[in-house]
Each structure stands twice: as structure tokens, then as C-alpha cells.
Design a protein around this ligand. Sequence first.
Ligand code: CTP
Ligand SMILES: C[C@](O)(CO)[C@H](O)COP(=O)(O)O
Length: 231
Amino acid sequence: MTAQLNPRGDVAVLVPAAGAGVRLGPGAPKALRPLAGEPLLVHAVRRVAAAPSVHTIVVAAPATDVEAVRAMLAPVAPVTVVPGGAERQESVAAALAAVPAGPEIVLVHDAARALTPPDLVESVAAAIRDGHDAVIPVLPVVDTIKEVDAAERVLGTVDRSALRAVQTPQGFRRSVLVAAHRCAGDALTDDAGLVEKQGIAVTCVPGSELALKITRPFDLSLAEHLLSTGA
Ligand SMILES: Nc1ccn([C@@H]2O[C@H](COP(=O)(O)OP(=O)(O)OP(=O)(O)O)[C@@H](O)[C@H]2O)c(=O)n1
Ligand SMILES: C[C@](O)(CO)[C@H](O)COP(=O)(O)O
């Protein structure tokens, strides 16, 4: 059944989905590859659409697959699909430009984090509603982290107590994200990084292990297993 979004909701979710998936190995663009019989992007959008505050979803699809992605998502939820760019940052900018007037909270969420629970979408949005300009879900770092040189020689051990692994959805007051993208220079790996460069505070909230980024083949196998156990 097609999900209904909330016409009174205050949240727009951008879903960059235009990456190749090089680290997953040869094949279709990553967001279109199957996970338990459905594309990763379908899983991701279905979960976003189940979050009660969501008013709008904009997907940045691989430029050659825009029509196919529209057809694929039509039975899942009402979404706008735009062509993505060569870098994630360009894909996010293209999706941001397509958000209609209305939602004052914008979340940016990787298609690759296909099992992210709707509750995480809501908790990030709630933190923005509470007055934060920018909010990221994080997990503690569990491995010891070493800094190395170009020859893989260890330079030192980093204090991991002050490190966090960052997930999506990352949430922003709309005007903050628009201004950060307007001033964007070289591509950064996340949107919070652009906001940090503007001198704006970014606040952490607890992330979710289910929001893992499907990056390598092992992650896909893990996600298949999690789905088989009811995630
Ligand atoms: N030009 C790009 C690159 C990435 N993404 C999206 O950004 C998210 C996070 O990127 P990542 O998981 O690193 O995906 P890929 O860039 O596809 O991975 P790889 O680096 O292995 O090719 C993904 O949903 C991906 O589709 C995007 O929309 N446009
Ligand atoms: C946005 C992100 O998922 C936060 O962890 C991550 O930075 C994307 O990284 P990648 O460079 O696209 O792999």
C-alpha cells in the first residue's frame, strides 16, 4: 500500500541515492541493488515515509535512472525524484532545491542507510524543533583508532572518548542548510560539515545500530540477516 505523507508535517527529507556503490563491487548503482528482493532505496523511503512528521520526500537518483526510480517509488510513497550529481554534496543540493515551500525542518538521509528506523527520523526532527540549528545521530567509536602515515606506519593513538561515528538522517533548520549549501566549496562527506564551516553549532543525539551504512558486501549480508530477524 502507498504510504501517505503528513500534509501538516514540518519535515522534508532529502534522500541522496545517486552514488555508484564502488565499495559494494560491480553492479547497478547501489541504491537500486536488491536487499531481500527490493532495492535499498525502497527500504529507505518506506521507513522515512512511516515517520509521522514527514511532509515531503525528495530523492536524488542516478541521472540515467530518474524515470525508473519514479516508477519504482510510486507504489511506496509520494516522492519527488530529481537527478543527482557526481558528488554526494551535489546530489543533496539538487534535492534541496526541489523542496516546496512549507517544511521548515530538512533532514538529509542516505539511501544506503536502508534500515534506519522511523523513530530516528522523529528524534532528529524533534531536536531541531526543540531549538537546535543542526542535529546529527551518532554512535560511540568502539575500536581503537590509530593515526598512520602514507606508508601505513602508526603515528599515534587517538583518544576515542572524544570521537563519534556519524550517521544520517542529519537534521537542519531549513534556512541553515540552504545557507550552508549556498556557501559550499570543496565537497565534504556530510552536510553537518558544511554547517560547521559556517560556525553554527551541531548537536549530537543517540544514533541507531540499524542505521548502519550499507557500504561493503558484508554490510549487505548483515542487513539481509537483520531483515530476516524482523528489523
Ligand atoms: N554522487 C553521489 C554519491 C553518493 N550519493 C549518495 O550518498 C549516500 C552515501 O554515500 P555512500 O554510501 O558512500 O554511497 P556511494 O557513493 O554510492 O558509495 P561508494 O563510495 O562505495 O561508491 C548514498 O545513499 C549515495 O547514493 C549520491 O546521492 N550522489
Ligand atoms: C553522510 C555520511 O553517511 C555520514 O556518516 C557519510 O559521511 C557518507 O560517507 P561517504 O563518503 O559517502 O561514504
